[in-house]
Every structure is written in structure tokens, then in C-alpha cells.
Design a protein around this ligand. Structure first.
Ligand SMILES: Nc1nc2c(c(=O)[nH]1)N[C@H]1C(S)=C(S)[C@@H](COP(=O)(O)OP(=O)(O)OC[C@H]3O[C@@H](n4cnc5c(=O)[nH]c(N)nc54)[C@H](O)[C@@H]3O)O[C@H]1N2
Ligand SMILES: Nc1nc2c(c(=O)[nH]1)N[C@H]1C(S)=C(S)[C@@H](COP(=O)(O)OP(=O)(O)OC[C@H]3O[C@@H](n4cnc5c(=O)[nH]c(N)nc54)[C@H](O)[C@@H]3O)O[C@H]1N2
Ligand code: SF4
Ligand SMILES: [Mo]
Length: 918
């Protein structure tokens, strides 16, 4: 980073905080001047990352420039009638109106006619207030979160098997393990800094085995010693068969089973049927691989060795997700691979504070301090803690049920905070109907431009990363402080603060006598202290911690009861489990089909998931041009055999259809998916592409225990989309703020095109890129489009038209620099022109080409293509050229520097070097 001049008027300050993206929970040091964030680096002392950050974490400061204010929510906006646009208003008006609307619904239809849909990205303090507001003040358990789409099968799995929702292992176990068993997790993309630890551990211990269970050959799978590319949804058959082999070979631990578990006999009977041959048939893999996996998992009975499982959405987002989890835990219990260094079933949390949300009981079936709504004694404890007569007994609506109830008119007012359901929930057509149907929608957001914000009757601006203070808990039960570095933008308020203000107003309108007692706080620390008290004597007891201690001694793992000197690195070391009997429970798990099977009409099994450099609906990562450089567009990945059968080529446009909706997008041929399967990234929603994104296609069917929907499996048909006119428009913009405004203006326009994607390109100067295929646009639409691309003014634009061929090109050149271009009908030169615009190339050559009919773009000027290493801006083409010349990974790193900073591209570099050299 360039050294900024250091003058007394620009103090250089540093604030220790935590990354706001994934559940690894890396410590960051925010560099700022008290007003503006200028840099971010990894905190060398944070035990999650020891100074490292991935491609997303290390670009956090780029999301916090002044330019980002162009898309931030800065003041409340309200509409009293649906048909009207929202108007700016003050906080008093906003919250008073909200309280009045909620109060009138509650008076007329009862407390269960309102709901809160919140997020694993909220801080523990925010979460605590929402939970108390719903359950303590209003008297409804209708508070659920996006963690329902994410971690709820892991929660249900842990509770069913081990008696409590607690990941028993820790990050350090990676280096102590002899076998790593990764299932349904693309760790290299989704938990990159953990993956760096895996790389280090394997380098230090070459005998370590890595098994990856994933239908796709992800970068994580490609590096495994054994990749089990099971058919989608067949995890249980595999795990049962592995256990079958362990039993048959006598690799289990009868002593441990007898002393510390119950229910083994019933499971033994079941897994007897799951022979490797039978499971191999179900899973579509080789029987020998199942035997090998069992041998490595159980170390052929060698009890001195350790096995650590790590699993994520491939196991959770399933209509039998809870049993997927339980089946993995079964293997750990049977082999005593738990409660010792290097061992345990370790569910990786997705969001930065999904764990904190679970701790405060922020789900429709939980209560504070890991208590259960279903248990009368737990309800009584919470009521006593809160000083109220009772908390409601009736379970609240889980995410999918909540939106169903909104669509059915039963939930009439909803408060949505820190999540974007109009992008991330399954079956988008239904979700949008629910949001339109609901009488009063409050959206509390950091960004005013999200898909869900468009449905808000009341939009409340929220502070976000760098601006807020509190705590989060990462995957290994470690609580870290999140600390404010810069002031709130505009009139944005902390989520807890706005919720608290609303709660007091609502309580008064409802004449609830407990209001003042329920919400006595004026700081986040007071809220946290109450939460801490609610954990006393519970499995997650944190009564030994304080804000001050977390700041002085750094992040700590729970449990950490008062009097303790450290937290607990791992749980269940004594073989005692928090069940009634003190023993862990084997769960009888059986193979089940996915909710939707492939059939002749919808023959392809599509899965969805993450890319390396984007975060969910891209509200934050989508503001940083370089984070599109690795994957600029949403592409559906398909196997060559399936493509050949349909006469499809790489780059073709396809129509993907499920029983619930359709999406038109471009196709990438990929060996990473097997025949009969496809993969679509989850990130692009209706903000960034035509249509509603991957969730137009997904299904809302959920697991009966966890109520987590099956976001990983949908049956689809894929067919060639007969391309209408191709259109590419690009504009080089003076500032990122302008670029973000241009993108926002284009959003309604792309929905009128059959296929379209919006991208931000350019490293130094942003370029907005629209790529589309569309029926001929009317004069008005074309004029609007040209206006958005600054191509309206004839006196500054070059124009070429060939009406007979339906080709038109338009370009703007300012001081011999190409600043905007729109190509219709003939788009072959687009990449070349984009390169020129990104790199400030001279426009003379472009001028010639633009004004000639059907000219090929100049040869020898191949566009750079995908960027693999974002830190040093190194493209796939440059890497491939060096690999072809014989460079090894080390030589590449030395020559091009790629992969020598954040390391997020290392798995891909390894894949590129090995595949090209093979
Ligand atoms: N870059 C990036 N990182 C993120 C996020 C992000 O948005 N971007 N989000 C964070 C969040 S909230 C989460 S929850 C995590 C998710 O992290 P992951 O779960 O690792 O990510 P996904 O890509 O959703 O899914 C993981 C894998 O499950 C596989 N899979 C699909 N079906 C099956 C199956 O039937 N069985 C098995 N065994 N595997 C299957 C998919 O092929 C996919 O590779 O990532 C976190 N980290
Ligand atoms: N097809 C498909 N769909 C999926 C998944 C999948 O694998 N496939 N995965 C699912 C999973 S695991 C998850 S976790 C969800 C994630 O889905 P979402 O929760 O919808 O994801 P985000 O885009 O991260 O939404 C968080 C929102 O909060 C806003 N925000 C950021 N900081 C703050 C803040 O401090 N306060 C407030 N109030 N707002 C803030 C952001 O701008 C953003 O719009 O997606 C789920 N959906
Ligand atoms: S791995 Fe990356 S995204 Fe996750 S917490 Fe660390 S820096 Fe943030
Ligand atoms: Mo998630």
C-alpha cells in the first residue's frame, strides 16, 4: 500500500476488529483517520488468522471509500402507500410509524401476525435485542434468521447426537489431525484462511490424509488424496457404508461406545444393510473408495490417530440435512474420534456470527443461552431473567414458513434486518409474492440498493462493518470484539439501537407494563452483560468474560465460566455429554432421496453455491471492481457430455428451467461437474442479472427437524436459448461512486432484456459493463440505455449503423480515450474494447474498427481474461503461458508474484500447474 503523507491533520489510527464476512472470524486491523477507512490488514495476534486475510477480507477497505456512500442507506425512507415512492423522513417519524403499524396489527390480529427475519451477520448484541423484543415484549416466537438457510441442520444434528449445539473442535485441531474429512464444503473458496491452515498442516505432516466428499470437483476436492464425487444427496448412504466397513473390520471402539454413548445397537442393525457395494450403487462411486475412506477415517483401528471432519452447506442444505450431520457424528462416536486433539465433528459456520445468534436463541424454536422453547423449565428461566410473567410457548415460524405465512396474509407486518431474502431465499417467485402481499415491510439495511430494499415500506439505514461495536462468535466458539473505527454514515444507526428505540415505542403503544424493565440499556456493553448473565450455568457459560478482558487478552473460546483462566479449546474430553443420561446418542440414519428427483422433463440435477471472491447477494463485494475479476458473470457449469447431447458449446446461452421458475444465462463447460449435474453460483440476483438468479429455480422443501430448505438440489432442464440480438455496452466512469450510480440506474433496464448481466470492471478506473441478449429494443428503451452509458449526445459520439444486418455501434471518445461504447448485433470486439477502456488505451484503432462493418478485432491483442490472483492482478492467460513454458508453482510465484499475498488463488494455481503439466 502506498504511504500516505503523514501530517498532523490526518492522524493515522488503527482499530482492532473482526472481518465481517465468513465464520472463520479473522481479526483485522483497520487503518483510518477517524473519519475514513484507508486500509485493512490481518491482525497478527488474532488466533483465527494470525495476520492473514483472504481476497475478500483484504479488500474490505475498498468497500468503505467515500464512493460507497452512493449505495449506502443514509437516512430513513418511508412510504405510507404502496403505490407511492418512499420519501426521506426523520428517525422519530420512521420509528413511530413503524411502532403504530406493528401495534395495530398486534391489536387486531394478535402477536403472531408480526415477525422478525434477521441475520447471522448481526452482532450478538443486535440479535439479543431482537429476540427479546419479539419473545419478551410482543409475545411471539416469530423471530427467525437466515441461519435457517445455513446452520440449522448443524444445530439440530449436534443437539440430536450430542445434546447441545456446540462444535466440539477448534482450528488448531487441523494441525493435530491425521485425517481430514471434508464433506459438502468448498473450504478453499468459502473458508479460505482455514484452508491456508489445512495447506500448512499438510505441508508439515505429509502423511496426513485429506478426503473430500462433494459431487463437484471443486478446488478443495481437486487437492484431496481421495475425492468421493457422490451423487447429490447421497451422503448418508456413504457414511453408513463407511461405518459398515469399520464395524466389519473391527475398527470401532466398543469400550468408548459402551461407556459414553447409547443407541448403537439400533444403528448397527441399520448399517449392516449398507454394504460398500450397495452404497457404491446409490452414491455412484467406486466401492473401493468407500473402503479406503473408512480405513483412513478409522485409521484401521489405530486409536492413537485422529480424524477431524469439517462440513458445511453440502450437508446442511438438504431435506435430510440433520441426518447428514448425525451420520457424520455417528462415525466419530463409533471410533471415539471426539474430545481429543485433532478429532471431532466440526461444522463450519458460514456467517460471521451465526454462532452468536444461536447463543442468544435467535431462532423461532430457541431461547437465550441455548435454551429450548419446547422445555417449560427453560421458558420459566428466561421469563425470570427478563422479569416478565412468561415467554410464549408456541414455536414461531421458521424462515420458509414465515414467507409462506406472509404470502397467505397471516403475517401482516415484518421487520427484516441484515439479510436479503429477495435474493437468498429459495423459490423467489413465491418470496416476492410474499413481500408484495405483506401489509408493512420494514427493511433495516446498510445498502439501499438491495433486492429486498425495493419492497420496503420503511427503509432504515444501518451502520455496518467499521462503524459498529459489539461481539461475534466464530466457528470454533471464539468470541471476538467488533469495534467501531469511523462514524456512522449519514443518519445510519446501529441495528440494536434502532430496534431498542422501536421496542420502547411499541411497548408504550401497546401499554406493556414491562417495557422499561425489558429494555434498560443505553450501550451495547449493557446488552452483552445481560446476555452473559443468561449463560450462567449453561453449556456456553461465559460469565468469566467481559468486553475489557476480550480487548486486553484477545478473543476467547466458550465455555469460559467465572473463575476460569481460559476457555475450552475442545469439548467432551471427559466423554460426558450434555444429554439427560450424560451419554451421546447414535442416531439411526437412512438414505433418503432429495426432495425433487431428476426425471425426463427435468433431467439435470442442479446445485448452487459460492464463488471465491463474492459474498452472497454482492451488496458489499459487488461494489469493488476487482472482486469481479475472478468471475465476471454468472455462468452455469455443465459437463461436456450433457452439452454435446444438447448441441451446446462453451459460452452458449441457455434457458434453465425448474418447476418454479427459469433463468437465462451463459454456459461454461466444466469438468468439475459430472454428467447429469450442473452448478450455478448463488450470488447474482435480480440486481445483477436478468431474472431472479439461482433461487428462481430452487425448492423450498425443508428438513423435518431443522426446517432448513434444500438449496443444494433442484431438478432442471437446460436447453439452448436461441440468442436474440447481442448487446454489449460499457462506460468508463470517473469515480466508483458514479459507476455504482450507473449500475443502479441500469437495474430496471436489464429486467427488460431476455438475458443480461451487469459487471464492474477495471482496476484503477471503473468500467461498467452490460452484456445482454435481447429482442430489438424500442427507440425509447434504446435512448434510455444510451443515456445511461453517456452515449446520448450525438455531437460527442461516433455512430455506425447497418440497418440491413441489424448492426449498430456507438462510441464516445474523449481526448482520444474511448470512454463509452455500445455494440448491438455485432459484439465480437467487446473484450478487446473493454481491455482498452480499463487500461486507458489510445482510441485510434478502436475508431477504425468501430466504423467498419463486420471487422474482426485486431489480432495479437488478446484480452487478458480472468484474473486468478487479485492481489497482484495476474490473469489466467499469463499464468497458463508460464506454465506451458515449464514454470512450477514456486517459479510462478517468484516471477509473477501470484499467490504470494493473501493466498486465496493458491489452490487454483496448483490446479493450473498440475493440469497443464500433466
Ligand atoms: N467466498 C465466499 N465465502 C463464503 C460465503 C460467500 O458468500 N462467499 N458465504 C459464507 C456462508 S454464509 C456459508 S454458509 C459458507 C458456505 O460454504 P460451503 O458450504 O463450503 O459453500 P457452498 O459452495 O455453498 O457449498 C459447498 C459444496 O457443497 C457441495 N454439495 C452440493 N450437494 C452436495 C451433496 O449432496 N453432498 C455433499 N457432500 N456436498 C454437496 C457443492 O458442490 C459445494 O461445492 O461460506 C461462507 N463463506
Ligand atoms: N441458491 C442458494 N441460495 C442460498 C444459499 C445457497 O447456497 N444457494 N445459501 C444460503 C445461506 S447459507 C445464507 S447464509 C444466505 C445468505 O443470504 P443473505 O442473508 O440474504 O445474504 P447477504 O447478501 O449477506 O445479506 C446480508 C444483507 O445485510 C446487509 N448488511 C450488511 N451489514 C449490515 C449491518 O450491519 N446491518 C444491517 N441491517 N444490514 C447489513 C447487506 O447489505 C446485505 O444486503 O443465503 C442462502 N441462500
Ligand atoms: S477467511 Fe476471509 S472472509 Fe473469512 S473471516 Fe477470514 S478474511 Fe474474512
Ligand atoms: Mo450461510
Amino acid at each position: 500500500m502506498a504511504d500516505t503523507p503523514h501530517t498532523p491533520t490526518t492522524p493515522r489510527l488503527e482499530t482492532r476488529s473482526t472481518c465481517c464476512y465468513c465464520g472463520v472470524g479473522c481479526g483485522v486491523i483497520i487503518e483510518h483517520d477517524g473519519k475514513q477507512i484507508s486500509g485493512v490488514r490481518g491482525d497478527p495476534e488474532h488466533p483465527a488468522n494470525f495476520g492473514r486475510l483472504c481476497s475478500k477480507g483484504s479488500t474490505l477497505h475498498l468497500t468503505m471509500t467515500e464512493d460507497s456512500l452512493a449505495v449506502r442507506a443514509l437516512y430513513p425512507e418511508l412510504r405510507k402507500q404502496r403505490e407511492q415512492p418512499r420519501q426521506r423522513c426523520d428517525w422519530h417519524t420512521a420509528l413511530d410509524h413503524a411502532a403504530e403499524r406493528f401495534a395495530s396489527v398486534i391489536r387486531e390480529h394478535g402477536p403472531d401476525a408480526v415477525a422478525f427475519y434477521i441475520s447471522g451477520q448481526l452482532l450478538t448484541e443486535d440479535y439479543y435485542v431482537f429476540n427479546k423484543l419479539a419473545k419478551g415484549l410482543i409475545g411471539t416466537n416469530n423471530v427467525d434468521t437466515n441461519s435457517r438457510l445455513c446452520m440449522s441442520s448443524a444445530v439440530a444434528g449436534y443437539k440430536l447426537s450430542l445434546g447441545a449445539d456446540a462444535p466440539p473442535a477448534c482450528y488448531e485441531d487441523i494441525q493435530h489431525a491425521d485425517t481430514l474429512f471434508i464433506a459438502g464444503s468448498n473450504t478453499a473458496f468459502a473458508h479460505p484462511i482455514l484452508y491456508r491452515r489445512i495447506e500448512d498442516a499438510r505441508a508439515a505432516k505429509p502423511a496426513m490424509k485429506l478426503i473430500v466428499v462433494d459431487p463437484r470437483r471443486t478446488d478443495t476436492a481437486a487437492e484431496a488424496d481421495l475425492h468421493l464425487a457422490i451423487l447429490p444427496g447421497t451422503d448418508i448412504a456413504l457414511y453408513n457404508a463407511m461405518l459398515h466397513v469399520m464395524l466389519w473390520e473391527d475398527w470401532i471402539r466398543p469400550d468408548y461406545i459402551a461407556a459414553h454413548t447409547e443407541g448403537f445397537e439400533a444403528l448397527r442393525k441399520t448399517v449392516r444393510e449398507y454394504t460398500p457395494a450397495m452404497a457404491a450403487g446409490i452414491c455412484g462411486i467406486d466401492k473401493k473408495d468407500i473402503e479406503k475412506a473408512a480405513e483412513w477415517f478409522a485409521h484401521a483401528g489405530d486409536a492413537s490417530k485422529a480424524t477431524l471432519s469439517m462440513y458445511c452447506m453440502g450437508t446442511n442444505q438438504s431435506s435430510h440435512g440433520t441426518h447428514n450431520n448425525a451420520a457424520i457424528i455417528n462415525m466419530h462416536l463409533a471410533t471415539a474420534q471426539i474430545g481429543k486433539p485433532g478429532a471431532g465433528p466440526f461444522s463450519l459456520t458460514g456467517q460471521p456470527n451465526a454462532m452468536g445468534g444461536r447463543e442468544v436463541g435467535g431462532l423461532a424454536n430457541l431461547l437465550s443461552g441455548h435454551r429450548d422453547l419446547a422445555k417449560p423449565e427453560h421458558r420459566a428461566e428466561v421469563a425470570q431473567l427478563w422479569g416478565i410473567p412468561e415467554v410464549p410457548e408456541k414455536p414461531g415460524l421458521s424462515a420458509v414458513e414465515l414467507f409462506d405465512a406472509m404470502a397467505a396474509g397471516q403475517v401482516k407486518a415484518v421487520w427484516i434486518s441484515c439479510t436479503n431474502p429477495a435474493q437468498s431465499m429459495p423459490d423467489q417467485n413465491l418470496i416476492r409474492q410474499a413481500l408484495s402481499q405483506c401489509d408493512f415491510v420494514v427493511v433495516q439495511e446498510a445498502y439501499r440498493t438491495t433486492e429486498t430494499a425495493r419492497y420496503a415500506d420503511l427503509l432504515l439505514p444501518a451502520t455496518s462493518w467499521g462503524e459498529k461495536t459489539g461481539t461475534v462468535t466464530n466457528s470454533e466458539r471464539r468470541i471476538s470484539r467488533v469495534i467501531q473505527a469511523v462514524p456512522a454514515p449519514g443518519e445510519a444507526r446501529h441495528d440494536w439501537d434502532a430496534a431498542l428505540d422501536f421496542a420502547r415505542r411499541l411497548g408504550n403503544k401497546l401499554a406493556n407494563p414491562h417495557t422499561a424493565k425489558l429494555f434498560p440499556y443505553s450501550t451495547e456493553q449493557e446488552i452483552w452483560n445481560e446476555h452473559r448473565e443468561s449463560t450462567r450455568g449453561r453449556d456456553l457459560d461465559i460469565t468469566g468474560l467481559s468486553y475489557a478482558m476480550l480487548e486486553q487478552q484477545g478473543p476467547q473460546q466458550w465455555p469460559f465460566p467465572s473463575g476460569a483462566h481460559t476457555g475450552k479449546a475442545r469439548l467432551y474430553e471427559d466423554g460426558r455429554f450434555p444429554t439427560d443420561s450424560g451419554k451421546a446418542r447414535f442416531v439411526v440414519t437412512e438414505h433418503r432421496e432429495t426432495a425433487e428427483k431428476a426425471d425426463s422433463k427435468y433431467p439435470i440435477r442442479m446445485t448452487t453455491g459460492r464463488l471465491r471472491d463474492q459474498w452472497h447477494g454482492m451488496s458489499r463485494t459487488g461494489t469493488v471492481a476487482r472482486l469481479y475479476a475472478h468471475e465476471a458473470e454468472p455462468l452455469i457449469h455443465m459437463n461436456a457430455a450433457d452439452m454435446a447431447r444438447r448441441g451446446l458449446k462453451n459460452g452458449d446461452t441457455v434457458r434453465v428451467k425448474s418447476r418454479r421458475g427459469e433463468v437465462i444465462l451463459k454456459l461454461r463447460e466444466s469438468e468439475s461437474v459430472r454428467a447429469g449435474q450442473a452448478f450455478m453460483p448463488m450470488h447474482w440476483g435480480s440486481n445483477a442479472m436478468s431474472g431472479l438468479g439461482s433461487n428462481a429455480l430452487t425448492i423450498k422443501t425443508f428438513d423435518p427437524f431443522s426446517k432448513q430448505p434444500e438449496l443444494k438440489h433442484a431438478a432442471v432442464q437446460i436447453e439452448k436459448y436461441q440468442a436474440a440480438t447481442g448487446l454489449v455496452a460499457m462506460r468508463r466512469v470517473g469515480s466508483n461512486a458514479n459507476a455504482l450510480q450507473v449500475m443502479e440506474a441500469l437495474r430496471p433496464q436489464i429486467q427488460n432484456m431476455a438475458q443480461a448481466t451487469l459487471t464492474l470492471a477495471g482496476r484503477d478506473t471503473p468500467v461498467v459493463v452490460l452484456k445482454a441478449q435481447t429482442a430489438a429494443l424500442g427507440a425509447e428503451a434504446m435512448a434510455a440505455l444510451d443515456a445511461s452509458f453517456d452515449l446520448a449526445d450525438d455531437t460527442h459520439c461516433l455512430s455506425y449503423k447497418d440497418a440491413r444486418r441489424n448492426i449498430s455501434k456507438r462510441a464516445r471518445v474523449d481526448q482520444n480515450t474511448l470512454t463509452a461504447v455500445r455494440l448491438t448485433g455485432e459484439t465480437r470486439g467487446a473484450e478487446w474494447l473493454q481491455d482498452m477502456m480499463e487500461n486507458n488505451g489510445s482510441a485510434s484503432e478502436a475508431r477504425k474498427w468501430l466504423l467498419a462493418p463486420l471487422a474482426e478485432p485486431p489480432v495479437g491483442q488478446a484480452p487478458r481474461g480472468r484474473i486468478v490472483c487479485n492481489c497482484f492482478n495476474v490473469s489466467e492467460g499469463e499464468i497458463s503461458a508460464r506454465v506451458a513454458a515449464g514454470d512450477s508453482l514456486q517459479a510462478l510465484q517468484a516471477r509473477l508474484k501470484c499467490g504470494t499475498n493473501c493466498g486465496s488463488c493458491i489452490p487454483e494455481l496448483k490446479r493450473l500447474t498440475s493440469s497443464t503439466q500433466a
